[in-house]
Design a protein around this ligand. Structure first.
Ligand SMILES: Nc1nc2c(ncn2[C@@H]2O[C@H](COP(=O)(O)OP(=O)(O)OP(=O)(O)O)[C@@H](O)[C@H]2O)c(=O)[nH]1
Ligand SMILES: [Mg+2]
Length: 324
């Protein structure tokens, strides 16, 4: 089942971002270096239009360094976009960001025209942590779960440099299924909107294909190639004692363990997508969206019947309000 999470406060955030963009010189989009394609919000790309953009691949300390290089090259080859990798808790590299922002808006600066920078990104990606690192104090609240920042907050970094922290935002329909799972694995999705076992199985599927040694080392397993992914999850459960009375494996618990290990680098440095893979997923999702749209039109035509105008999509039509 596809993962979706767009609670009411994200609607409000969207509105606040639209307002704030009117007086914004540079938009920083924070991406998760472990999922640099899936963590890019397509709705934000639409909202920000031609504003100068800086993409930060954050949490690069958790990501596969070779893949981070690939993604930085990918984004830096796009027009009007700069991308840098960062670990939000290190001070020195964060200074590169200030320099990059000033370069992206060279006509701003000084007391009369202060530089106004809006920081956006998915929940839990490290926006507030970065602001705290830049200011050198705990100016913004942070925490290891999505939805910590509730309201926009202005922080003065210098007399002519303002940063605006925003609450994390996803988008109403995540059409790329793998992106939904990767976002959930990263910690960007609220607990109630995901099934731990399902997310862990998708995560293990990818990790076993690309980083099998990491899994074998962490869970002290030998030759996982002979196991199905379900069997692998069960084997991890046994190793970690996630067993119910009667010897059954507590699958939700193992799911939580696997996600925890991934989020806290227990599995080693892992990136869940390459630029090529992500492009292929997007193309497949577009093709399936086009098919859905065709089927929807065929249904409407049928509803219309001979000699009548097409009926508008009814409220109970599952496709009626798709806007992404
Ligand atoms: N390993 C690692 N952890 C990080 C990094 N940046 C942030 N974190 C951790 O990620 C978690 C989320 O950080 P926040 O700064 O609260 O994230 P946010 O984007 O402001 O989240 P919301 O306000 O919920 O949207 C915290 O536990 C941080 O310590 C980083 O570069 N590397
Ligand atoms: Mg925050």
């Amino acid at each position: 089942m596809a993962i979706q999470w767009f609670p009411g406060h994200m609607h409000l955030t969207k509105k606040a971002i639209i307002e704030r963009l009117k007086d914004t010189d540079v938009v920083i989009e924070m991406l998760d270096a472990r999922l640099p394609g899936s963590s890019a919000n397509p709705m934000l790309a639409q909202l920000t239009g031609s504003k100068p953009k800086l993409k930060i691949l954050n949490k690069q300390d958790l990501a596969d360094p070779a893949r981070t290089e690939q993604w930085l090259a990918h984004y830096n080859s796009q027009p009007a976009t700069r991308a840098i990798g960062l670990d939000a808790s290190e001070t020195a590299p964060a200074q590169r960001l200030i320099k990059a922002c000033r370069e992206l808006a060279p006509l701003r600066g000084g007391m009369v025209k202060p530089l106004r920078v809006l920081i956006c990104g998915i929940p839990n990606v490290g926006k507030s942590t970065l602001i705290n690192t830049l200011t050198g104090k705990k100016a913004a609240k942070t925490g290891d779960e999505p939805g910590i920042t509730k309201l926009e907050q202005r922080i003065a970094l210098a007399q002519d440099f303002y940063l605006f922290d925003t609450p994390g935002m996803l988008w109403p329909r995540i059409s790329v299924e793998q992106s939904g799972y990767n976002l959930a694995a990263s910690g960007a999705v609220g607990r109630n909107a995901l099934d731990e076992e399902e997310v862990a199985l998708e995560l293990l599927d990818y990790v076993r294909a690309h980083y099998p040694g990491h899994l074998e080392a962490r869970f002290k397993l030998e030759d996982i190639a002979g196991l199905s992914t379900d069997e692998l999850l069960t084997a991890i459960g046994r190793k970690r004692g996630a067993v119910l009375s009667g010897g059954r494996i507590h699958l939700q618990k193992v799911g939580e363990i696997v996600m925890h290990e991934f989020r806290h680098t227990g599995l080693g440095r892992i990136t869940l997508e390459s630029p090529e893979e992500f492009q292929a997923w997007c193309a497949a999702a577009e093709a399936s969206d086009a098919e859905r749209e065709q089927a929807k039109q065929a249904r409407n035509k049928k509803r219309k019947g001979p000699g009548k105008n097409a009926a508008p999509a009814s409220e109970d039509d599952p496709d009626a309000d798709d806007d992404q």
